[in-house]
Design a protein. Structure first.
Length: 481
């Protein structure tokens, strides 16, 4: 949602003259670039356990972060007050940090103003139809209790349900030494459900959720039905599932949530700061083939309502669709302003931060692989021996070498082109660049998952989305019996 310019100035009790003066303070000792990031976030949470809402909270995050760049050095400070003396002190602190260390000749931020246009409400990617804050808490309690009832009605084996509802409304105002002014209000709603099931002496659990950049209009009876069905989906197979025999074999990644492997094992290695510092396995592969022809990997800020979408990033750069791999060739990293200047390319709108208390760094938004030409059925039918997986958790990745391990919550054996025994409690082990190179087939069934994905990097968490079509990787190591 994009309100009037006056709304944001009033929210933070500033004027354009004050912003210009604050930048002048920050740049006084010779900085190359400076920016201001104001944030006013209102966050609410509510948790249902044992049929009752027994936990709720409201939280406010308010303040301004000030960054000063000089050469390849960054100074950053923030204030939880937007009173003029407090902001001046923060500006001077940031400048002092940037100037304190002997500098080399590397330039940091762009010296060209490219994004002077004011935000356009008509182009807003997450308009909020109904405000989260204008709904009474009693309505949210009723909604969560309806979820509990709906899940229990789906299966008699349900013994426990937990549901969590959270929302965040963030007013953002940005200004920099290039004279660029940006502002918007970012809504984010998330609903998560966990359930425990018991059959005889066996216990299983499942989780699911939905998160969108939306107002409370996302909460509907249709959403309750969708998630209640999702939480019990495949329950019979879960109780039948066994741990498979381990070894190297073909792996078919199911469409949708399997995109987390793409995000973790490959996406992070495409972020430009890792490559600029030589920490990524892809640091020397720009312009080179990294997978089969026909494969395209995208990081996208432009899809309306997705958790990872942005109107513009946390440096004021417009959100955009960035093709990282085109027809199998690595063609772009994910850039903030600093890395873009280093590589001599335009920023891609990937400068993101957790809050005003943090510096922006290159981060993913909504990362996915585009459709191929095969069908999911054809891919499965082509596999003589392997596994099909579509539900992951607890992934670990070493960006420097690309090695990864993911825990598989559910899937199936593939034997002679057919899904057979349900499997669980196994690990997939591999190397990101090698797995990318080993993708043999890509289906035409892309799903971008709308789950409650959170990406962590350098102790900052940001909301993201991920997705993938069904894909066949010819060889990964499966941990099993």
């Amino acid at each position: 949602m994009i309100n009037t310019e006056k709304y944001y100035f009033d929210t933070f009790q500033v004027t354009l003259d004050m912003l210009e003066s604050l930048i002048a303070v920050a740049m006084k000792d010779g900085g190359d670039y400076s920016d201001l990031y104001f944030e006013n976030s209102q966050m609410g949470t509510m948790i249902l356990r044992d049929g009752e809402v027994n936990s709720a909270g409201l939280h406010t995050l308010y303040g301004v972060g000030i960054r000063v760049l000089k050469g390849d050095k960054t100074g950053y400070a923030y204030s939880e007050s937007t009173a003029w003396p407090a902001m001046v002190q923060a500006a001077r602190s940031a400048a002092g940090i940037a100037m304190a260390v002997k500098r080399d000749s590397i330039q940091s931020a762009s010296s060209e103003a490219k994004y002077h246009g004011r935000p356009n409400p008509a182009a807003d990617r997450y308009p909020e139809k109904l405000s989260w804050q204008q709904c009474g808490m009693a309505d949210y309690v009723t909604f969560l209790k309806k979820i509990d009832t709906a899940v229990r009605a789906k299966d008699t084996r349900v013994i426990k349900v937990m549901a969590s509802l959270s929302y965040q409304i963030s007013d953002i105002l940005m200004f920099n030494s290039l004279g660029e002014l940006k502002y918007e209000t970012r809504p984010l709603g998330s609903l998560s459900i966990s359930a425990i099931f018991k059959q005889g002496d066996r216990v299983e659990n499942n989780t699911c959720g939905k998160s969108l950049r939306s107002g409370r209009e996302m909460l509907s009876d249709n959403l309750i039905e969708e998630l209640a069905c999702e939480i019990v989906k495949g329950l019979d197979q879960r109780f039948e599932a066994r741990r498979p025999k381990g070894g190297e074999m073909c792996v078919v990644m199911g469409a949708g949530a399997s995109g987390i492997l793409l995000h973790e094992a490959m996406g992070h290695a495409f972020e430009a700061d890792c490559n600029r510092k030589g920490q990524s396995i892809f640091s020397d592969k720009m312009g080179k083939r990294v997978c089969k022809k026909g494969i395209n990997i995208i990081d996208d800020a432009t899809i309306h309502g997705l958790r990872g979408s942005t109107n513009f990033d946390d440096e004021g750069v417009p959100g955009q669709r960035t093709c990282m791999v085109e027809d199998g060739v690595l063609c772009s990293y994910l850039h903030d302003r600093i890395s873009a200047r280093y590589y001599g390319v335009p920023p891609t709108g990937n400068g993101r931060r957790e809050s005003f208390q943090c510096m922006p760094i290159p981060r993913m938004r909504s990362t996915y692989m585009e459709n191929g030409e095969a069908s999911a059925q054809d891919i499965i039918a082509s596999v003589k021996k392997g596994i099909f997986v579509d539900n992951f958790s607890n992934g670990q990745v070493d960006i420097g070498v690309g090695d990864f391990t993911f825990y598989v919550k559910s899937g199936y054996l593939i034997e002679n082109g057919k899904l057979t025994m349900p499997i669980k409690d196994t690990n997939i082990i591999g190397n990101g660049p090698q797995a990318l190179a080993d993708i043999e087939m890509v289906a035409n069934d892309l799903i971008i998952d709308e789950g409650t994905w959170i990406c962590g990097k350098e102790q900052q968490n940001v909301p993201v989305s991920c997705g993938i079509p069904t894909v066949l990787i010819k060889k990964l190591t499966i941990g099993g019996e």
